[in-house]
Design a binder for this molecule. Structure first.
Ligand code: DC
Length: 227
């Protein structure tokens, strides 16, 4: 594939988008941008420093301290004030706080140029909630992944157990529902499929199956783009 496409992947928590986006990026040697990690980093720092989600100014300052070393393929890392917090932020607690903080317009405004600058040369798979609708509306290929809430809860639960954590399936499911509600109902950049996105319901499909579907679509676009 010669043309460096811009590929976006949006969807609710537990839809499988992080796993498939990372694998797809590796498969086609593209960069991978996990934008949820940015909101998680802000949430983590806000929690550490006791910053309220009503304090726009302090949150904006936190956003100024974000840095993404994008030269690497594979797993994405995020630095905040020079500290790599990537391994501290993938908990349910931080996910929930990130969901609240991501509804703050000042935070979304501050993170927008950072995300756009990361994707400006194409050759990237970006995943989040508003990639195809707001951050990269002119992307070459847009995916929206979904799955029913029971399956998403089961996947998330298994992931937490695999990572050595304690989890309760019902609590995980309730947490997902709360996040779904917030992420889809907020006034700024709510989660929804872009009109020109390819929607894939991943319920009952394994990771390889989803990657296969996505690869076929990406290759078709690459051919149409003349590569
Ligand atoms: O994808 P994730 O679970 O790591 O994201 C954590 C939260 O961050 C999610 O509940 C909503 C928010 N988020 C967002 O609002 N926009 C994005 N592009 C990515 C994540």
């Amino acid at each position: 594939m010669k043309k460096r496409l811009m590929i976006t992947v949006d969807g609710p928590a537990g839809s499988g988008k992080s796993t498939v986006s990372r694998i797809l990026a590796e498969k086609i040697s593209y960069m991978y941008l996990d934008t949820g990690l940015l909101y998680r980093a802000i949430a983590y720092r806000a929690m550490q420093h006791g910053i309220s989600i009503a304090d726009d100014e302090a949150l904006r300052e936190l956003c100024d301290g974000i840095n993404i070393p994008l030269e690497t393929c594979g797993d994405m890392r995020v630095l905040i004030d020079g500290e790599d917090v990537s391994d501290n932020v993938r908990t349910e607690e931080i996910g929930m706080l990130a969901s609240s903080i991501s509804a703050v317009p000042a935070v979304r405004d501050a993170l927008l140029p950072l995300q756009r600058s990361a994707g400006k040369h194409g050759g990237i798979v970006t995943e989040g909630r508003d990639m195809g609708t707001v951050v990269f509306p002119n992307a070459d290929v847009k995916f929206f992944l979904d799955a029913d809430v029971d399956e998403r809860a089961r996947r998330r639960y298994e992931q937490l157990i695999e990572n050595g954590g304690n989890a309760n399936l019902d609590e995980v499911k309730q947490g997902l529902k709360v996040r779904d509600y917030r992420d889809t109902r907020r006034t700024v950049a709510p989660l929804r499929p872009a009109d020109d996105s390819v929607v894939i319901d991943t319920t009952g499909i394994d990771v390889e199956g989803v990657i296969e579907k996505m690869t076929i679509i990406v290759e078709k676009h690459a051919r149409q783009a003349g590569s």
